[in-house]
Design a binder for this molecule. Sequence first.
Ligand code: MG
Length: 293
Amino acid sequence: MLPTFPTLEAPHLGEAESRRLAEIARQVRRDSIRMVAAAASGHVGGPLGAAEILAVLYGHEMRREPRDRFVLSNGHLSAAYYSVMARVGLLPVEELATFRRINSRLQGHPSRHDLPDLVEASAGPLGQGLSFTNGLALADRLDGNGARHYCLVGDGELQEGQVWEAAMTAAHYRLASVTLIVADNGLQIDGTVENVKALRPIGERFRAFGWHVLEPDGHDINGLVAAFARAREEKHRPSVLVANTVMSKGVPAWEDQAAWHGKAPSLEEARAALAVLGESPEHRDFPIAGVNL
Ligand SMILES: [Mg+2]
């Protein structure tokens, strides 16, 4: 049973902006399903579960000037990461059709070698992203450029000891520009986080390490916007959003099941899922050669 968190008071986002971000999240879900099904390999559970987090980060929270930085530590969420960058105009949407193909820039795990202007850190081995984010934050502090720093991790990833070394580092250096987001879905590839190696209460653990802790609903756009705004107001400590999410959110047949952590849907399963997500005139699905999807 996943815990529920109180809804944070949201600033006035405006109906249109809220709808725009929700539409980005829905398109991220559609893209992720099509990309992974067409490649016949990859992950859908995490990308579907992080759609609102990524939509709010890339569609609303992060600034281009000064250049705020985002590190995807759980690199297996790459489909959603590439999709959201495409949907805010940082990558050609058509390029999403090359996901996981040989010589594509869009490898199964993000590669800075292939996308040096967009990917801050190559990822895949779990547990390293927060350390990297701290390094970026320390460097940007020296440069005095005012950039903010965001890092997304999975809850299972918190089992890696390096994350807690990095948590100590961020608090020690008072890296208030750092906001860590934990996609807290209670699952990891081998089952429930509780059974593999228990972590709760996650917020209390970060508090004990000197962090400013917020606990938004990871699918509530207004709540996420509010949580990021509060994190920005914190001037002395790093912030963490322990965001309650559901693996495979949006496709009920796949929701809250560890089996969907790292499995590609068949084309038939993908078509059924896309039907559940609905069609709308705003969808700009890209063609994928040789795949009827
Ligand atoms: Mg998880």
